[in-house]
Ligand binder design. Structure first.
Ligand code: GLN
Length: 554
């Protein structure tokens, strides 16, 4: 992070605020636009953070089904957040926190708690000013830490949604409170192409901007998602009807990868435009050389592997967002194209695992909750363990590896996790002691960063290259230390432990070329600039495995 004063902003200043709103339809990629802009500003020496305000009533997405909302991203401080925070961290290589993701539920919860405490002095509590004041307080919170030159706020949902109204009103008020030099609104819309007419259509953009204007907010910049380049006359038309300057109409063409978007935005001079409008003098060009190096490695692979991802939410790829992105980072680090073969855990059994898994160069058994697909995951572990295929188990995937080992190597044929079988005779995976009295579901798992010590002379130590590591968690169950000696006697090595609690964090099998399971979620810490070593090494092991396969074939 740059110290203030090296960034083109005066040494003591208030941060500048940028809001990113969306219109016409959801899924236009506000998170990617926000992250790309943040990346460009960061590459100019500015210190930037991004936060997301979500209009839904859940306090956080922690209790949402992955089918509903994709992956739940966990921060170091244990917040269960929207998956866009993963993009922020992956693009910027900085950590986010609870303060970076606020929902309507949290806002109302705070206001209602204040009301019960009598903090409103007998006043009627209303959306305006109480809810909007609480939104504004939360928006300004990160800026007030003094750590940032620029705070980008993404507003979830679309303008015009009932739930979004208080947020848009808060933005309107803030522009008034802070002044237009300090606050800028970027509106992301869709400019569809009608193939029958052979034309790009601006009407949806006009309507969505009008909706924003009706709420009192005039966007300063309009970013247009489009499948075709925006010609000058279309830009002029959007500028004229939406009341912005023509160079504030930015084209956002569909990209081959999300990681191209910062460079596309740089070409469109979005960063320059933003700084000009916010009255920030910064003559440093965004230095994107390292980023381009990553893209070059990603787009010109010299190796090619196929990884099987065994999970129960495979119909919705967003449920495994961070894992997919981690493979992109690790693939680029190895100059290797990683193709993911999605394997539904419910479709796997002992007798079809050879058929489903034999062509793969590595298998990742994914995190998850509940009984569905469990036996498929265990069958996958058995197959890769017996056939020396590189294995990587994450959280539930690690737990399933422990169950498989107990059943088929130690000989505890009825071994299970008490999550799925509370009455099991051999609870090799059991509820953590402190979880036994917990009844609430929201925010009560073992969440966030915990320290772990890797054991000398193990694969884990080799991969991390150090003894003390910290990784993020999201689980209730754990390896049951009562069985530790049985595991060790049968050849499993416990290669990572939390020294404070004694909880097992990493397991491995030295008799296998590459078999590692982790109780934590390494995928939450992989970034473009710092690919996670567990993914980098798993990809490497899969490349080696694919080469030995080739050799034995010839
Ligand atoms: N359901 C398991 C637990 O709560 C694993 C959780 C996960 O994979 N994130 O311990």
């Amino acid at each position: 992070m740059s110290a203030h004063g090296q960034s083109g902003l005066p040494p003591t200043h208030n941060p500048k605020y940028i809001f990113v709103t969306g219109g016409v339809t959801s899924s236009l990629g506000k998170g990617i636009i926000a992250s790309s802009l943040a990346k460009l500003l960061q590459s100019r020496g500015l210190s930037v953070t991004i936060q997301k305000f979500d209009p839904y009533i859940n306090i956080d997405p922690g209790t949402l089904n992955p089918y509903e909302h994709g992956e739940c991203y966990v921060t170091d401080d244990g917040a269960e957040t929207d998956l866009d925070l993963g993009h922020y961290e992956r693009f910027l290589n900085v950590t986010t926190s609870q303060a970076n993701n606020v929902t309507t539920g949290r806002i109302y919860n705070n206001v209602i708690t204040n009301e019960r405490r009598g903090n409103y002095l007998g006043k009627t509590v209303q959306v305006i000013p109480h809810i909007t004041d609480e939104i504004k307080r939360n928006i300004l919170q990160l800026g007030e830490t003094g750590k940032y030159d620029i705070v980008i706020t993404e507003l979830g949902g679309c303008v015009g949604d009932i739930e979004s109204l208080p947020f848009v009103e808060a933005v309107r008020q803030l522009k008034w409170d802070l002044g237009s030099d300090n606050l800028l609104t970027i509106h992301l819309t869709l400019v569809p192409y009608l193939s029958s007419a052979g034309e790009l259509k601006t009407k949806p953009t006009q309507h969505s901007v009008k909706m924003l204007q009706q709420s009192g907010v005039q966007p300063d910049i309009i970013v247009c998602r489009t499948e075709h380049p925006l010609p000058a006359d279309i830009r002029r038309k959007i500028a004229l009807f939406c009341n912005v300057e023509q160079n504030s109409v930015i084209e956002a063409m569909d990209a081959e990868t999300i990681y191209d978007v910062p460079l596309l935005m740089q070409k469109e001079r979005l960063d320059q435009r933003v700084l000009y409008m916010l009255d920030v003098y910064n003559d440093q060009d965004a230095d994107m050389e390292e980023w381009k190096g990553f893209l070059d490695r990603f787009k010109n692979p010299t190796e090619n592997i196929k990884i099987g991802l065994v999970g129960k939410y495979v119909e919705l790829k967003d449920a495994y967002k961070s894992i997919i992105e981690s493979f992109i980072h690790a693939g680029a680090a190895n100059k290797c194209k990683v193709s993911i073969e999605w394997i539904h855990s419910e479709s796997l059994q002992i007798d079809n695992s050879a058929e489903k898994l034999q062509g793969l160069d590595g298998v990742l058994v994914a995190p998850g909750f509940g009984e569905r697909g469990i036996e498929g995951k265990i069958a996958a572990v058995k197959y890769v363990r017996e056939n020396n295929i590189p294995f990587f188990g994450i959280c539930l995937g690690m737990q399933m590896a422990c169950i498989e080992f107990a059943r088929n190597v130690i000989g505890l044929t009825e071994a299970h996790s008490t999550e799925m079988h509370p009455e099991t005779q051999f609870p090799v995976i059991d509820l953590m002691e402190e979880q036994k009295t917990v009844t609430d579901k929201g925010g009560t798992m073992r969440l966030g960063a915990y320290a772990c010590k890797t054991k000398d002379k193990t694969l884990a130590r080799k991969i991390y290259g150090k003894a003390n590591i910290s990784e993020r968690h999201r689980h209730r169950w754990e390896f049951n230390n009562k069985y530790l000696k049985d595991y060790e006697a049968a050849g499993m090595v416990i290669s990572g432990v939390n020294l404070e609690s004694g909880l097992v964090e990493i397991i491995e099998l030295p008799s296998h070329p590459y078999f590692i399971g982790v109780q934590f979620h390494p995928e939450l810490k992989s970034t473009v600039m710092a690919p996670h070593p567990l993914f980098v090494n798993f990809v490497k092991a899969a490349i080696d495995f694919s080469k030995t396969k080739e050799l034995t074939k010839s």
